[in-house]
Design a binder for this molecule. Structure first.
Ligand SMILES: CC(C)(COP(=O)(O)OP(=O)(O)OC[C@H]1O[C@@H](n2cnc3c(N)ncnc32)[C@H](O)[C@@H]1OP(=O)(O)O)[C@@H](O)C(=O)NCCC(=O)NCCSC(=O)CC(=O)O
Length: 461
């Protein structure tokens, strides 16, 4: 674990609970969609807001209402204040569960940074170590249970404020975690005195029984995990190669694909005979993929094919569909493979788009088809370092207004843990573009920027 940069000083630590008596004492069993995330870690985002006031002003005027609105949001998202605990007792039916009790709390850190807010919240490459200090850490529990949410508010005096959110993936996916952040924002916009206030409507549905499991996927996946593990029962980590956390020269940067470029990419992709599904997501991923193989040409040299891995949100795709507000994980992986000879061509982006579109189309043949083998396939691909996608433009992270307007930047820092991960969000300006985030060694980032900016001639206006 990297150490805190010297520019960040922790000022205080709080534990925030749902209002007393407001959240149920509950044990929510993990579903097969959740259990696969046990050995992973938190999904982290940092929301940056302008705040031209001193820290003392923040502490006296903003902190109390942020804590109270957080508490009120947790009333609805109470599983986030709970802990995942292993099955109790030897019963074969026993499952990992999120245990929730009155008095549960989440950790909220208040910090101050002397770093340059404008630079840190920019798009240009910044040393990852500089943003690391803004990421909240899930507190160790010492008893094998897994805490699910940690938050950090960092004030940059007279410049800005950042809100770091770390949600363990075993608790929920992005659909739910952004729902939580927006509910916190909605609660922050309501008067504390108004008893009728309720965070974003409708509230989350915290009921894992809506995830039907007629084929016993929970136990099949757990067994698969046990077969793949190297260090004890879940949640011990799987035996994966080390990730990029310790890369001293890693930089984080963002790239914007504008609407016009997306439209030109879509036109080019649709002109291919094999095009089946051409969307903004498809062409944005294809473009990032083509740029990444150029940026990491050394790694890909001699490889026959390149791989892409992304999550598919399943709520509306299940039979019967699961409500959009379901709290938990409801994702399946989608695998794409393209031959290197096609991908590195000048128009490789279209070969990539065709393959991604085909993989999405294929989902129509059964959203849970092959579920027993997903984890093994993911692990077997690790050495191939697939490009993977985190986040999604559909969750509109730039709408999260915690009291200072829209964020000027939202950074998904957890992409750092898996080399080759690209985060996606809608463009902040609302113009229909896509913002991509990457963490790469500095040299590779320069190459990525070159590939990204020197777009092929067929994309020029
Ligand atoms: C499989 C997909 C990626 C494929 O996306 P596509 O956009 O190609 O396909 P689609 O059928 O969903 O959408 C087709 C068209 O309908 C529109 N559309 C469809 N559903 C929409 C919705 N709910 N909200 C907004 N737009 C929607 C799209 O804009 C698109 O038009 P247009 O052509 O204009 O685009 C997606 O369906 C999906 O599941 N997205 C969510 C993935 C997700 O939750 N990721 C986060 C995982 S958690 C995570 O990442 C954390 C981590 O693991 O680190």
């Amino acid at each position: 674990m990297a150490s805190l940069p010297s520019s960040v000083t922790v000022l205080d630590r709080f534990q925030v609970s749902p209002p007393p008596g407001s959240a149920p004492n509950a044990s929510l069993p993990l579903t097969f969609f959740d259990v696969v995330w046990l050995p992973t870690g938190p999904v982290e985002r940092i929301f940056f807001y302008p705040f031209p006031h001193p820290t003392s002003h923040f502490v006296s005027h903003h902190l109390p209402s942020l804590k109270s609105s957080l508490s009120r949001a947790l009333r609805h998202f109470y599983p986030l204040a709970g802990r995942v605990v292993p099955p109790c007792g030897p019963s074969p039916e026993a499952k990992f569960q999120i245990r929730c009790s009155d008095g549960d709390s989440v950790s909220l850190t208040l910090a101050e940074s002397s770093d340059d807010f404008r630079q840190l919240s920019g798009d240009q490459p910044r040393g990852f170590g500089r943003v690391y200090g803004l990421i909240p850490q899930l507190p160790p529990t010492g008893d094998g249970s897994i805490p699910l949410l940690a938050l950090q508010i960092t004030v940059f005096p007279d410049q800005g404020v950042s809100i770091g959110v770390a949600v363990h993936h075993v608790a929920c996916d992005d659909s739910s975690s952004i729902h939580f952040v927006k509910s916190w924002a909605a609660a922050a916009a309501c008067s504390v005195e108004d008893p009728s206030e309720s965070p974003l409507s409708p509230p989350p549905l915290c009921d894992p029984t809506v995830i039907a499991d007629p084929d016993g996927l929970y136990y099949k996946i757990l067994t698969e995990m046990q077969n793949l593990k190297s260090a004890g029962p879940p949640p011990a980590p799987l035996d994966l190669p080390p990730v990029g956390a310790e890369q001293g020269d890693a930089v984080i940067a963002s790239f914007l694909i504008g609407r016009e470029q997306i439209d030109r990419l879509k036109q080019g992709a649709m002109a291919r005979a094999g095009a089946t599904h051409v969307s903004t997501f498809v062409v944005a991923c294809a473009f990032a993929w083509a740029c990444l193989v150029k940026a990491q040409a050394g790694f890909y040299a001699g490889k026959k094919s390149a791989h892409l891995l992304f999550s598919v949100e399943c709520r509306g795709r299940l039979e019967p569909p699961v409500p959009a507000g379901y709290f938990g994980n409801c994702l399946r992986p989608c695998f794409v493979e393209v031959s290197m000879s096609d991908l590195i061509k000048d128009d490789g982006v279209f070969a990539a788009a065709e393959a991604i579109g085909r993989a999405i189309k294929e989902l129509e043949h059964g959203i849970l088809k092959g579920a027993e083998g997903w984890l093994e396939k993911i692990v077997s691909l690790t050495a191939e370092r697939p490009m993977s996608i985190a986040g999604s433009p559909r969750y509109r992270v730039y709408d999260a207004d915690l009291g200072w307007g829209r964020p000027i930047k939202v950074e998904m820092t957890s992409i750092e843990k898996t080399p080759g991960t690209v985060s996606l969000a809608e463009s902040r300006d609302g113009g229909g573009g896509i913002e991509m985030g990457l963490v790469l060694p500095e040299k590779d980032m320069d190459e990525f920027a070159r590939a990204f900016l020197v777009a092929p001639s067929f994309l020029e206006t």
